[in-house]
Design a protein around this ligand. Structure first.
Ligand code: SAM
Length: 234
């Protein structure tokens, strides 16, 4: 299957195994991951955030229920919301989720914005689990004719060591543990040397940090920096 499908399948497999109830996809773009996730009935709240409001408006109607959705008897408790906003800004409505996904997003941010992203996701949203995927630059020599980055909008592409050093640092700082994997295998014999085409970090919040269940103080100032563009209750 195409690489983007493999990345989305990775998230779907994680959802099947871990059964998160509230999921937010950061940089959801054309909403294709959300479209797959809405079929997983453990999920009660599915949120997408993207800085590109026009892109969201173009694709959001694909998230509306189709008649067959109601043929599944237990398909009742789903709400989908789409926000236009930047992952460099806090929004109180995104706190307390079970899973945050960020698929091929961070490489579109400048390094100071990656720092803000880390603070927003791990310091403000404080989800139970986080999945981050980004290109692995060590794989690039296997693309014939590729000079520079895989996409003109990429601000960087990291080696495995660079990605792991960022991920280990945020884990230590915010109380998470992290495991590394990826999708898109190299030809036989080269896998170990170049790694996966897309590298993936899976973070889990350490239990000791807040007994697994974070209570957010009511006294904290609410910050609503995102704009709700679409919401639907199934
Ligand atoms: N996650 C999708 C996927 O896997 O197909 C889309 C990935 S696309 C390469 C990157 C997306 O990140 C774009 O839709 C872009 O608009 C969005 N994006 C870039 N900077 C952002 C920011 N600061 N905040 C939120 N979204 C952002």
């Amino acid at each position: 299957p195409a690489l983007y499908r493999q990345r989305h399948q990775f998230v779907i497999d994680f959802v099947k195994k871990n059964q998160p109830r509230k999921v937010v996809d950061l940089g959801c773009g054309e909403c294709s991951l959300l479209k797959y996730l809405k079929f997983h009935r453990e999920v009660e709240l599915l949120v997408g955030v993207d800085i590109n409001g026009a892109k969201l408006k173009k694709h959001m109607h694909d998230l509306r229920p189709v008649s067959t959705d109601y043929l599944q008897p237990t398909f009742d408790q789903l709400r989908i919301e789409l926000y236009q906003g930047s992952v460099t800004q806090n929004d109180t409505r995104l706190r307390g989720f079970d899973l945050v996904t960020s698929i091929e997003l961070i490489e579109h941010l400048t390094l100071p914005d990656v720092q803000r992203f880390s603070e927003v996701v791990f310091g403000h949203m404080v989800p139970v689990s986080v999945i981050v995927s980004t290109p692995n630059s060590e794989f690039n020599p296997l693309f014939p004719g590729l000079k520079g980055f895989r996409h003109h909008d990429h601000k960087f592409e990291w080696t495995r060591a660079e990605f792991q050093s960022w991920a280990l640092k945020v884990s230590a700082e915010y109380g998470y543990e992290v495991e590394f994997t990826g999708v898109g295998e190299a030809p036989t014999g080269q896998q170990e040397r170049v790694g996966f085409c897309s590298q993936i970090a899976v973070f889990q919040r350490l239990k000791g940090r807040d007994d697994g269940n974070i209570l957010f103080g009511d006294d904290a100032e609410d910050e609503f920096s995102y704009t709700l563009l679409y919401s639907i209750t199934y």
